[in-house]
Write a protein that binds this ligand. Sequence first.
Ligand SMILES: [Zn+2]
Ligand SMILES: [Zn+2]
Length: 248
Amino acid sequence: MPFSVTILGSSAMFQTLDRAASGYLLEYEAARIWIDAGGGTWRNLIDHMDHRELDGILLSHRHPDHTIDVFQAFHARHYGSAEPMDPIPLWAPQETLDGLASYAPELDSSFDLQAIGSGDGFGFEGARFSFFEMAHPVDTVGVRFEHGDGSFAYSADTGPDGDLAGLAAGVDVFICEATFQDSDPEWHGHLRASQAGTVAAQANVGHLLLTHLPSRRDLGLSVAEAHRNCEGIPVELASDGRRIEVGA
Ligand SMILES: [Zn+2]
Ligand SMILES: [Zn+2]
């Protein structure tokens, strides 16, 4: 059975008029999982679906541009109907869970807090999630998802020293951060678009989407710089609202 990934947010660092911060909705036959909850992604999520049908939330790391809208889901589940809704899983690295819980100690009334780390994996409702260590200043996991004959990977935020080869090996769809361009100074915690292209080629992915996109830049240049390193692989910019079907 196919599954789908919908882009809820594709902007780097903060929400802009055109793009929410980071977020994705994974939908398959048995479950709907929200991956990363950056500013603006809640609005896009509820535009797409009834939030009461969410089966889980997965956060890659604690940075606010990937987490703050989880509090929207918390309040909606806690105060949005006569009785608080039963908890659903909230998977994240332990330091992310600790940070969120320090801000809202009642979070565990709406979510079943479950720590994940690189090297971990689990099955959920007939699909498989696995997590890879990314290179970022805080504990960050890349997310690989497999269901039926389809596969998808999401880099979260990472520099080139993350385990991108393991994360993306042979996936049908790779959503990879591309915060920088070749003219920017290199920084260990994020990728240039050209580096995303190199990973896509080496991992032999089926389709590359660039995300965590900078504002006020020529993003056509990001696509060109990525594509130069992965000729033959389709490359596109992630854009909010875009829904990609994966698998047969
Ligand atoms: Zn980020
Ligand atoms: Zn980050």
